[in-house]
Design a protein around this ligand. Structure first.
Ligand code: NAD
Length: 358
């Protein structure tokens, strides 16, 4: 059996740090295990265009392993060419880089390692909210420059206490964000999700559901995005919706870059309609050098908390998603049932309700 994995290049760091499992160097720790069982295991970071290893090996691979951190984009066209493909495994959480409707049509299963990095991301969200609200990055940059002018950074620094914080999506990550916000004594925690939280879960974080998106955004000082990217969320945060945000709100997006319209968010930050934008996900990955989100600032010269896509790939998370990938493979190879929570697309149908209401 041929197994193809598209992972990111780890370079020197991956040679020095074997726990960087999600890299082409360390191969999710699967190489010996697969090869000793007689399988062919191709691992590469080359993923763009017809000459890429991704497209060359996809034609006869039976198993495809990809990662959201360096997404091999599996389009409907490529599904047509992948004649031998049976199963796609996402080493991590979030399979929007795969055309899921095409997977349904081709009866190819798509599985994720659900839950593997949800705490990692939730912690990053809390950090990003704080660094924006407290105007941390400009303050730190001031120190590195050798300057000291407290008023220049304090003029745009606030407390999280007393603010209204809302999450778009209250699934595994969104709910963990709400849980972690409880001790900050926010004025209110609210959420927008077509799937209501179980009553006991909502009660334990005292979160109120708002059913209309415009109404929801107009109430929030801080918004965090924690829903998958699908037809119903692509471009959800656009010029029109941004008009309904509270003036000077902070927005954190660790879900997927394409949920936000890149230019609309940049324009809102420039005018001060948003006070800050932070996150780790980009509409194209790797993000081009000139991507507007790398450098755009608010009118006071701060408010940018963007980093490369790494919130869900801490070393702790890599151990979990590498193990999870192995166990999905093991189930597949030995005809054992998969854990229900990991199955996004079963044979010919969606098995989750998280990727849109159907
Ligand atoms: P989950 O399936 O547990 O929860 C997703 C929630 O979003 C569900 O409750 C679903 O009903 C809701 N949702 C779907 N469409 C919605 C919409 N239109 N409006 C409002 N809510 C909607 O998933 P999760 O584990 O919480 O992960 C969420 C997403 O976070 C992933 O799909 C992935 O894109 C992203 N993620 C990012 C990283 C990272 O490293 N940055 C890591 C893991 C996951």
């Amino acid at each position: 059996m041929k197994v193809l994995a598209i992972l990111y290049e780890g370079g020197k760091a991956a040679q020095e740090e074997p726990r960087l499992l999600g890299t082409i160097e360390n191969k999710l720790g699967l190489k010996d295990w697969l090869e000793s069982r007689g399988h062919e295991f191709i691992v590469s970071s080359s993923k763009e265009g017809p000459e890429s290893d991704f497209q060359k090996h996809l034609v006869d691979a039976e198993v495809l392993i990809t990662t959201p951190f360096h997404p091999g984009y599996l389009t409907r066209d490529l599904f047509e060419k992948a004649k031998n493909l049976k199963i796609c495994i996402t080493a991590g959480v979030g399979s929007d880089h795969i055309d899921l409707n095409a997977a349904v049509d081709h009866r190819i299963q798509v599985l994720e390692v659900s839950g593997s990095n949800v705490v990692s991301v939730a912690e990053h969200v809390i950090m990003s909210i704080l660094l924006l609200v407290r105007n941390f990055i400009p303050a730190h940059e001031m120190i590195e420059r050798g300057d000291w002018q407290v008023s220049d950074v304090a003029r745009n620094a606030f407390d999280l206490e007393g603010k209204v914080v809302g999450t778009i999506g209250a699934g595994r990550i969104g709910y963990r964000v709400l849980q972690r916000l409880v001790p900050f004594d926010c004025k209110e925690l609210i959420y927008y999700d077509y799937a209501p939280l179980p009553a006991a879960a909502a009660e334990s974080v005292k979160a109120r559901r708002v059913e209309d998106l415009k109404d929801f955004v107009s109430q929030c000082d801080v918004i965090t995005i924690n829903c998958p990217l699908h037809e119903g969320t692509r471009g959800l945060i656009n010029t029109e919706l941004l008009k309904h945000f509270k003036k000077g709100a902070w927005l954190v997006n660790t879900a997927r870059g394409a949920i936000c319209d890149a230019d609309a968010v940049a324009a809102a930050l420039k005018t001060g309609q948003l006070s800050g934008y932070a996150g780790d996900v980009w509409n194209v990955q790797p993000a081009p050098k000139e991507h507007v989100w790398r450098t755009v600032k608010n009118p006071l010269g701060g408010g940018n908390g963007m980093v490369p896509h790494y919130s869900g790939t801490t070393l702790d998370a890599q151990a979990r998603y590498a193990n999870g990938t192995k166990s999905i493979l093991d189930n597949y190879l030995n005809d054992k049932p998969q854990e229900v929570q990991n199955v996004i697309i079963g044979l010919g149908k969606y098995e989750t309700r998280a990727y849109g209401q159907r």
